[in-house]
Design a protein around this ligand. Structure first.
Ligand SMILES: Cc1cc2nc3c(=O)[nH]c(=O)nc-3n(C[C@H](O)[C@H](O)[C@H](O)COP(=O)(O)O)c2cc1C
Length: 413
C-alpha cells in the first residue's frame, strides 16, 4: 500500500485536502515581482498582495450570512487572493445601509461569519471583516433598486428604520434619503461600545483582520467632514474634534482584539468638494490623519475617496485614487512614519497591479484592493500571475487546469 495519502487540513471542521502552500503563492519567491511576494502584518502572513475589497451584497437575513455570501467569497478564497475582506458589516441594526446588509450586533451572527473564516483558513487564506455604521445613508434600498418616486429610503413597513437614522448633525444626505437625527453624546457612547462588541465577535469568528469603514460618506466620514458635521460639542468643529469619534472607535476596537490581529482603516481621502470653496474633507486632512494612525494602532490605511456629498465632482481616470494612495504613502515616508497603504479603484489589469506595489519602481501602495475586476473575473490573481510570468500554486483540485506562464508577455500596460 502506498504511504502517500491525501492529507486533510488538521483541525478544520470538515475534510479538505491540505493546499500547502496556499493558492496564489509564487513558487519562486526570489524572482517574483513584489505583487507575488509575501507580506507579514503583525501575526498575519499574506502570500501575495491581492486583497478582495469589501463589497456589499444586500443578501443577508436579519444581518446573518447566507449561502450567497459563502458562495460569493469562496470564489476568491479558492483562487488565491491572500486576503478577502467581508463586506461592510453593521455594528448596530440602524448602521446597516439596507435591511439586507450583514450585521455583527448579536451573537447569533457569529456562526455564519465563522463558516466563511473556517473555509478561508482551511485553504490557507486570510480573511477580514469591515466593521461599519452607515450613518445618514442607512435604511436605503439595495443598490440596484429605486422606488417609483425616485426615493431610495426603505419605509418601516418594509423593514427600514427611517425614524432612527443617525448622523453627526441633522442634515440629510440627499433628496430621497431619510431625515437623520443628530447623535447625542449618549448615542456616541453606544456606538463606540457597539464597535468594541463587534470587534470581540469578529475575534470569536476567527477573523485575521478588521477594517474600520471610515469612507464613502457613512457615519465616520460624516463626523470627519466639516460639510456634514456641524456639531458644536467636542465631536465637531476643529480637526481634533471631528476625528475624535474615529479615534475612540480605533481605541475600542484595538483594545478588544489580540496583538496579532491586523487593523485597517478605509477613508475617503477627499470628498471631492474642493470646487465649492466651502470647508470639506481634503487630501491635506488625510495627510494629517494618516500621520496619527500608527500610534493609534492602525496597521494599514486603505485609500478610497468620495461618497459624502451628492454634489461631489470626481475627476476620474484610472490612476486617480491610486495617486491619492501614493501621495499619502510618500508624505508618510518623508516624515519617517511607517504605515502600510492599500490602493483601490479601477485596478483591472496585471501590469497596473504589479507597478502599484513594485519595490524599486516608486511603489504607491503595499497591497492592491480589487473590487469589480474580481466580480468579473474571480481568477484575476491566477490570470495576473500567468500574464506576469510568475509560476504560482493553483488549488490542488484544479491543478490540471493551471495556465502555463506566457513567456515574454509585455507587462508595461
Ligand atoms: C457591489 C459593490 C459593493 C461595494 N460595497 C462596499 C463595501 O461594503 N464597503 C466599502 O468600503 N466599499 C464598497 N464598495 C467599493 C469597493 O470596495 C471598491 O472600493 C470600489 O468598487 C472601487 O474598486 P474597483 O474599481 O476595484 O471596483 C463596493 C463596490 C461594489 C462594486
Amino acid at each position: 500500500m502506498s504511504s502517500i495519502v491525501n492529507k486533510g487540513v488538521p483541525n478544520a471542521p470538515f475534510y479538505t485536502p491540505v493546499q500547502g502552500p496556499p493558492a496564489g503563492t509564487a513558487l519562486d519567491q526570489a524572482t517574483a515581482p513584489t505583487l507575488f511576494k509575501p507580506l507579514k502584518i503583525r501575526g498575519v502572513e499574506l502570500q501575495n498582495r491581492f486583497v478582495v475589497s469589501p463589497m456589499c451584497m444586500y443578501s443577508a437575513d436579519d444581518g446573518h450570512v447566507t449561502d450567497w455570501h459563502f458562495a460569493h467569497l469562496s470564489q476568491f478564497i479558492l483562487r488565491g487572493t491572500a486576503l478577502t475582506i467581508v463586506e461592510a458589516t453593521a455594528v448596530t441594526p440602524n448602521g446597516r445601509i439596507s435591511p439586507e446588509d450583514l450585521g455583527i450586533w448579536k451573537d447569533s451572527q457569529i456562526s455564519g461569519l465563522k463558516r466563511i473564516v473556517d473555509f478561508a483558513h482551511s485553504q490557507g487564506q486570510k480573511v477580514g471583516i469591515q466593521l461599519a455604521h452607515a450613518g445618514r445613508k442607512a435604511s436605503t434600498l439595495a443598490s440596484w433598486l429605486t422606488l417609483e418616486d425616485g426615493s431610495r429610503t426603505v419605509a418601516a413597513e418594509s423593514g427600514g428604520w427611517p425614524d432612527n437614522v443617525w448622523a453627526p448633525s441633522a442634515i440629510k444626505f440627499h433628496e430621497g434619503y431619510a431625515e437623520p437625527k443628530a447623535m447625542t453624546t449618549e448615542d456616541i457612547k453606544v456606538l463606540v461600545q457597539a464597535f468594541e462588541d463587534a470587534a470581540r465577535r469578529a475575534v470569536a469568528a476567527g477573523f485575521d483582520v478588521i477594517e474600520i469603514h471610515g469612507a464613502h460618506g457613512y457615519l465616520i466620514t460624516e463626523f470627519l467632514s466639516p460639510a456634514s458635521n456641524k456639531r458644536t460639542d467636542q465631536y465637531g468643529g476643529s480637526f481634533e474634534n471631528r476625528t475624535r469619534l474615529l479615534f475612540e472607535v480605533i481605541k475600542a476596537v484595538r483594545g478588544a482584539i489580540p496583538e496579532s490581529m491586523a487593523l485597517f482603516l478605509r477613508i475617503s481621502a477627499t470628498e471631492w468638494m474642493e470646487w465649492a470653496g466651502e470647508p470639506s474633507w481634503t487630501m491635506e486632512q488625510s495627510f494629517q490623519l494618516a500621520k496619527l494612525l500608527p500610534a493609534a494602532g492602525i496597521d494599514l490605511l486603505d485609500v478610497s475617496s468620495a461618497g459624502n456629498n451628492p454634489a461631489q465632482r470626481l475627476v476620474i481616470h484610472p490612476y486617480t485614487q491610486i495617486n491619492f494612495a501614493g501621495r499619502i504613502r510618500d508624505e508618510l515616508k518623508k516624515n519617517g512614519i511607517n504605515l502600510l497603504i492599500g490602493a483601490v479603484g479601477l485596478i483591472t489589469n496585471s501590469g497596473v497591479a504589479r507597478r502599484i506595489v513594485q519595490e524599486g519602481e516608486a511603489p504607491q501602495a503595499d497591497l492592491v484592493f480589487i473590487g469589480r475586476q474580481l466580480l468579473r473575473e474571480p481568477e484575476f490573481v491566477l490570470r495576473a500571475a500567468q500574464e506576469l510570468g510568475v509560476e504560482v500554486k493553483w488549488p490542488n483540485q484544479y491543478h490540471r487546469a493551471a495556465w502555463r506562464v506566457m513567456a515574454g508577455y509585455d507587462t508595461a500596460m
